[in-house]
Design a protein around this ligand. Sequence first.
Ligand SMILES: *Cc1c(COP(=O)(O)O)cnc(C)c1O
Length: 338
Amino acid sequence: MEVNIISDTVTKPNKKMLEAMISAPLGDDVFGEDPTVNALEEKVQKMFGKEAAIFCPSGTMTNQIAIKLHTKSLDEMICDVDSHVYQAESAGFAFHSGISVHLLQGQYGKITADQVESAIKPGHDWQPLSRLVVLENSCNKGGGSYYTTSEIEPVKAVAKKHNLKMHLDGARLFNVLVETGESTESFGALFDSISICLSKGLGAPVGSVLTGDKAFIKEARRFRKVFGGGMRQAGILAAAGIYALDHHIHDLKTDNDRAKYIGAVLQTKSFVKSLKPVFTNIIIFTLEDSLPMETFLINLAEKGILATSFGYQTIRFVLHRDVTVEQFEYLSDVIKKL
Ligand SMILES: *Cc1c(COP(=O)(O)O)cnc(C)c1O
């Protein structure tokens, strides 16, 4: 048996999603005439209580467009050192936007209002101007940890006081919402822009959506084009996104619960040196020096478990909807016997 827990991005469209895709009405979205893309954008905008939204090929693009629009060159954004916008977008903030970054060492990827306030520069000629706070929810490298809205409110108050914009990288926001029971609208109210990924645990093959106010999204359409992300009959992809939002959000709770179960098993293992608390569908742990990471991964691969390294002696497992009941039982069994 093979179980791929490298990422929740490995999820493939199921039969019903494929049916929704092939029957979607299509048009040319560069002209704004794909009815399915328009429907997806409207759906997301309404979910978050925003004025407009834009469908993009990736979460990197939605984040990069947001950073571009919230800043100008010589500005600075503030984020956690482990955030995706810093660690996993090839320094796009510098390349596309010509800005600097003030990195904060948060706890499990989460930064506080006090940290943000102390990072804000007074604006001398020789300093970059602090313009933007980027939060990530859930925090991928933090081990799937998450902010509740009450934790974000003080950060928002500091941002407001100093006239900073707030962007949310909500690639896995729905994994958080099924855990806390909080609403999309409550997050919409705290941020100038929000990016969500459809291609992670929600199970769509491609796509992310950025939502914000009308003027912001109008400009975002210009930058999506110049970044090369204007797609034509993109409704075939947007249909998968609509299907995922209608039918797959609830199932993310299973992914979170399964991750917690596997985390609890790993906790008992002597070869595990440290394990981040499991908050949602991501498990991050380090191995004792006596067990080289390569040996561990090869051993897993020989048993059909595909996982990936996530830094020095560090492993990440990600649970997702394409792990069947049988595969999950097998996975639990293999981990227990390690
Ligand atoms: C996956 C991910 C993104 C976007 O990645 P793409 O592969 O470009 O869609 C952004 N932020 C986080 C936290 C992610 O995990």
